[in-house]
Design a protein around this ligand. Structure first.
Ligand SMILES: Cc1ncc(C[n+]2csc(CCOP(=O)(O)OP(=O)(O)O)c2C)c(N)n1
Length: 503
């Protein structure tokens, strides 16, 4: 609490009982139960992305960490600040190989930038403070603190002071000069944005620079949080399919990297490159993700004399809702028309949502959160954390049915905490993206058994029943008129709800 961590997403066990009882003794800590650790870690990710400060988790030994690991992986890739607390056996108990004993540190290292096991109760306060400082390390980090049970029941050493938090580094003058030279060269240039370059202020500066120099402006394939919508600079992203990405980057001679990395394909495919930039394209690193990106862009804008220019922002477009049959395009239209001001959109709509970003670019200003680690099952937990972080904003969770099934327990937490989230499940009843990938990797002679691994029918999932069973009111819609009506109602109400859209 003294280090500014006042929210804990938790799924505890015996080794964490002292921590749990302490919650009632320390005023101000909000503790939220998740019924699966993937909900806990995904929620901490959503919280950290929205507030740029860490929540804590509380996980039960190695298996608890393992259950939470997929979404910790996503958080690690998104560089979200999280104080990830994992309980362990008392130090003297570890040698006996009791059932829950495992190598927690090794597991934690794969998804954390900082890992420490507190050796004793006297160290636990300073280790906790160090974990908080590490989580705040630029641009944000998963810091895992492993707490043996006896660190909680032996005598401690009192409160520890928070060590200084590392500030993002300022970029070197040469990086700014080099970017300016490339942008002035007249050769085709692209400014590729990632990380905090996609926040409103930085994006506005990048927009001014692009407008003046004629460079193209693009975002990496996914971003942890993009501040977008009317009144802001609209930005496309590098497409996921390799051929489309190659086409997008074709002819670019200078790639200015701002909080981004030179693009790589999501997967390798036979006879397709891993690196996507053209061979004769020069990369210029203006700012890494952990640098002070806003400052680097201000400096470059000054260098190019565009700081005082108006940012080329997108204006609110007259929007109409779609009617008739449900299709991805129709859903995009209606989302574009209905998305409320300051919505937090959590997007794991995969195949159905390919056009959603474009369709909503001129909606009222909102935030857009994406999966940075490719491990599906993120949107429902991420929505929990975003809603806890920003109780005055509506969270719109766009979820594919296959992805949703990994962590649907999040709905129960949404109900218990009365979180203001509308979840839209796109029930195409298949792993549609993998059907395309079958062709992309050149797999041939696809038979019934293979297709059975990609279809989600027999039986059809009943999202309305599952949602209601966890306390979240739900409806199924099978026309755009019904979607428009139900989605509008859900936006007007407070609290969680779910809409199953049958495609
Ligand atoms: C944890 C994890 N397991 C498996 C996968 C492989 N995978 C990628 S996409 C996908 C299916 C996605 O289906 P759905 O969410 O329904 O999206 P759709 O393409 O149908 O819109 C799977 C299983 C993954 N990315 N992450």
């Amino acid at each position: 609490m003294a280090g500014g961590v006042d929210t804990c997403f938790s799924n505890p066990g015996t080794s964490e009982m002292h921590f749990v009882t302490a919650l009632d003794r320390v005023e101000g800590m909000r503790c939220i139960l998740g019924l699966f650790e993937g909900v806990v870690t995904g929620a901490a990710d959503g919280y950290g992305r929205m507030l740029d400060k860490p929540a804590a988790t509380l996980l039960h030994l190695g298996p608890g960490l393992a259950n939470g690991m997929a979404n910790l992986h996503n958080a690690h890739k998104a560089q979200t600040p999280i104080v990830n607390i994992v309980g362990d056996h008392a130090v003297y108990h570890r040698g006996y190989d009791a059932p829950l004993t495992s190598d927690i540190e090794s597991a934690a290292k794969t998804v954390s930038s900082w890992v420490r096991t507190s050796p004793d109760a006297k160290s636990v306060a300073s280790d906790g403070a160090a974990a908080i400082a590490a989580a705040h390390g630029a641009p944000g980090q998963v810091a895992t603190l492993i707490l043996p049970a006896d660190t909680a029941w032996n005598e401690g050493a009192g409160l520890a002071a928070l060590p200084p938090v590392e500030k993002p580094r300022r970029v070197a003058q040469e990086a700014v000069a080099e970017a300016a030279r490339a942008l002035r060269s007249g050769a085709p240039a692209m400014i590729l944005l990632g990380g905090k370059a996609l926040r409103e202020g930085a994006l506005a500066l990048a927009g001014k620079i692009a407008a003046k120099t004629g460079a193209r402006l693009l975002a990496e394939g996914a971003a942890a949080r993009t501040e977008r919508g009317a009144g802001r600079v609209a930005i496309g992203r590098l497409p996921y399919p390799v051929d489309q990405a190659l086409e997008t980057l074709k002819g670019v001679k200078h790639l200015i990297l701002v909080g981004s990395r030179s693009p790589v394909a999501f997967f390798a495919y036979p006879n397709k490159p891993s690196l996507l930039a053209p061979a004769d394209c020069q990369s210029h690193l203006l700012a890494r993700r952990d640098d002070d990106i806003a400052h680097a862009l201000e400096w470059l804008a000054d260098e190019l004399g565009v700081r005082a220019d108006p940012a080329p922002v997108i204006s609110r477009a007259a929007a109409r809702m779609a009617t008739g049959a449900i299709s991805p395009e129709a859903l995009g239209l209606s989302l574009g028309a209905l998305l409320p001001e300051q919505a937090i959109v959590v997007d794991e709509s995969i195949t159905t949502g390919r056009n959603f970003a474009k369709a909503t670019q001129a909606s009222p200003p909102h935030d857009w959160l994406q999966n940075m680690g490719g491990s599906i099952g993120l949107a429902m937990p991420l929505s929990v954390g975003a809603a806890v972080a920003c109780p005055d904003r509506k969270v719109v969770s766009l979820e594919s049915d296959g992805s949703g099934m990994y962590t649907l327990q999040a709905l129960w937490t949404q109900a218990r905490e009365a979180l203001d989230i509308v979840t839209v499940v796109f029930a195409n009843r298949s792993y549609a993206i993998l059907r395309h990938e079958l062709a992309n990797v050149g797999a041939e002679n696809v038979g019934r058994k293979a297709l059975d691994m990609l279809d989600l029918d027999r039986p059809d999932l009943d999202w309305v029943a599952m949602s209601r069973g966890m306390g979240v009111p739900a409806e199924r819609v099978d026309s755009m008129e019904a979607f428009n009506a139900r989605f509008s109602e859900a936006l007007a109400e407070k609290g969680p709800s779910l809409i199953e859209v049958v495609l």
